[in-house]
Ligand binder design. Sequence first.
Ligand SMILES: *Cc1c(COP(=O)(O)O)cnc(C)c1O
Length: 361
Amino acid sequence: MIRFDNFQVQYRSLKKDIDGAIGRVLARGWFILGKEVARFEEEFAAYIGTRYAVGVASGTEAIALSLMVLDIGPGCEVITTAMTAFPTITGILQAGAKPVVVDICEETGLIDVEQIEAKINKRTAAIVPVHLYGQSCDMERIETIAGKYRLPVVEDCAQSCGTTYEARRTGSLGRCGVFSFYPTKNLGAYGDAGAVTTNDQRLDGKLRRLRNYGQSDRYRHERFGLNSRLDEIQAALLRVKLKHLDAWNGKRRDIAASYRRRLRAVTCLRENPGSASNHHLFVVKSPARDRLLAHLLAHGVQALIHYPIPVHRQRAFPGQKRETLPASERFSRMVLSLPIYPELSERNLSRIIQVVNAFTV
Ligand SMILES: *Cc1c(COP(=O)(O)O)cnc(C)c1O
């Protein structure tokens, strides 16, 4: 079976550095908010191109914390896309706000910018574009709309670590960028982890207090806060991995180019000019998706579906129950994700392409 992910290969290639980093933390005996987190935050901010980065416990909480420091909560609406990982919605709900979703552009899977304005009203408090599968949204047009209505933009970069838009990295384009280092992401920890990036010094300070029980100084609590910290062990190994991220994303780009060149029998998504994807997922469309998935499994290729149910069709989603978002609904029935990761061998890549191309609708 060619698996969708393979984390052991990467670990074997970095074993010395990873083990060294973890050992360093254990020997130092300081596990929460120490040197490793501080250094990772500096290095990650420099990589993304923002003044600040704040390490937090997960991507979901990075979204919740970002909205909370922007004073967005109960009574507020937050606009996002119907085609995303459900945690985008969970983060909005955790902040106490109401998610409002917009349909997508079927060629890219990204939020349809044309449809954003129709969802804006006086309760709208923010826009959360999701750089789905690694491709950047059209940030210029989103910023234009946000500017017109004076709304902050919180970029969901959970899938777009390293992606650029007009030569700037996602996460440096809006008021905040939120990142997940869940193990499957392009920069993956060995557990849960996340970060928020921003150029706003005041937000940076508020985020630091909010992630740490609302503590301003040791044992001084001025405001409500959570426990949502990045830990030293994860930060130490993320520092090792960050150095390899561009090279890994380059390998993914080569694999994606190969898929685009050699795949028949399926439709690849359209690439936005102006965005250089980190190729987090390689998603294709087929009108016979379920049979294609069964065909792949029967021939030893593991594929997955991102995502089989648009978020407004999920039971846990509040509102928009009777609304039809036709592009998202069609898209979710046609998409299939093929294996893509830096360590995928040329042999396995060719095998996957051969199996897909042997499929007849
Ligand atoms: C993974 C992901 C998240 C959530 O990140 P966690 O670290 O798992 O909480 C949020 N949004 C998107 C688009 C994601 O892919």
